[in-house]
Design a protein around this ligand. Structure first.
Ligand code: MG
Length: 358
């Protein structure tokens, strides 16, 4: 299991239903998936995905120029230690951002190799019960207009989703969505860090009647744990974590009593650190619902992490149409649930014709 080769592939899958402005994609119409392929001397292949969207070229460069040379000759079975060694070695280039995302992609590929070596799907290797599906929630785009928003909510309900997350910041629109889906439907609102602490507290109070399952990232900047805790003190349920770079930032978040729901992003911090965050969250009584705004091996990794967790944790799927994907059929939700790959490792390598194009 000695690593012999590290390669990157930037796959682009056409989609409709989400504007470029929301995800800052390298292309207005294609979903970017920055894939990493590790090949061992004995020919075993592991796939990972590093975050993401408009940042893919920068992350790709970080993998190719910095991280790949450090991996050649390492034992791929040494996942935990390798994760730590690489973080130490490259920490001066940033604890978050392209270099950190590069390490996350490598970590996912190492876990794919671990599952393949063990002959087990990753979620079973992580201690999950045998299962065929996970429940997904529809993670809508920011429409900024009532008719488009209400139409999307109705489509998501018609497609069988039992939970919807909005990305609106106007309170009237959040209210309109609540009216559209009815009082008992599971509804979340992700605002992506728009408000001052005071604005966030006022808006959280105004939204109390909307009975949101959670209000996500209401404060700028995302690491202002104290202000987020003050929003939570209004009674709002708070979710955040996709912008956290690892265990200690989550610890600070938990210690500030700022979170109800922690959202580590697997393609940003890797599987190894996501598992640590899950354990720490349990100690603080915080629920974990991983962030997943991507569709490559990172999506599969998040799917396996969710499948391995006790109970029925919701899986985030962007509400967009992707007619073709290198990871079909796992990219698609049916009746609001997504099939869990049952093959070893992540259970689905990207289709060869896509790799040829990457
Ligand atoms: Mg979010």
């Amino acid at each position: 299991m000695i690593i012999a080769r590290v390669e990157t592939f930037l796959l682009q899958a056409p989609f409709t239903g989400v504007r470029r402005t929301q995800i800052d994609s390298a292309s207005a119409t294609d979903m970017a998936m920055l894939q990493v392929r590790l090949t061992t001397r004995d020919g075993l292949v592991g796939w990972g995905e590093a975050f993401g969207h408009g940042c893919c070229p920068a992350t790709r460069s970080a993998i190719e120029t910095l991280v790949a040379p450090a991996l050649i000759g390492e034992d791929a079975r040494d996942v935990n230690a390798l994760s730590q060694r690489l973080q130490r070695r490259f920490h001066l280039f940033g604890r978050s951002g392209p270099v950190r995302y590069a390490l996350a992609g490598i970590d996912i590929a190492l876990w794919d190799l671990a599952g393949k070596e063990a002959g087990l799907p990753l979620y079973r290797l992580l201690g999950g019960r045998p299962r065929q599906n996970v429940l997904a929630y529809a993670s809508l785009e920011r429409y900024g207009a009532r008719d488009a928003l209400v139409g999307a909510c109705r489509r998501a309900v018609d497609e069988g989703y039992r939970a919807i997350k909005l990305h609106e910041v106007e309170l009237d629109l959040i209210r309109a969505a609540r009216d559209a889906v009815g009082p008992h439907f599971t509804l979340m609102a992700d605002t992506n860090c728009p408000w001052t602490a005071e604005e966030a507290r006022d808006n959280a109070r105004s939204l109390a009647d909307c009975q949101l399952r959670w209000l996500e990232e209401p404060v700028w900047p995302p690491e202002d744990f104290e202000s987020i805790a003050a929003v939570r003190a209004t009674g709002a349920k708070i979710a955040a974590g996709e912008n956290m770079s690892g265990l200690l930032e989550f610890r600070a978040f938990f210690e500030a009593r700022a979170l109800d729901v922690a959202q580590p992003s697997v393609a940003k911090i890797g599987i190894t650190d996501t598992l640590k965050v899950i354990a720490l969250a349990e100690a603080f009584g915080v629920t974990v619902v991983p962030h997943c705004a991507y569709f490559g091996s990172g999506y599969l990794a998040a799917l396996h992490v969710v499948a391995a967790m006790p109970g029925d944790i919701l899986f985030e799927r962007l509400f967009l149409n992707m007619p073709e994907s290198p990871f079909a059929p796992f990219s698609t939700a049916k009746g609001g649930s997504i099939a869990v790959p049952q093959g070893p490792g992540l259970g689905c390598d990207p289709a060869p014709e896509w790799i040829a194009r990457g």
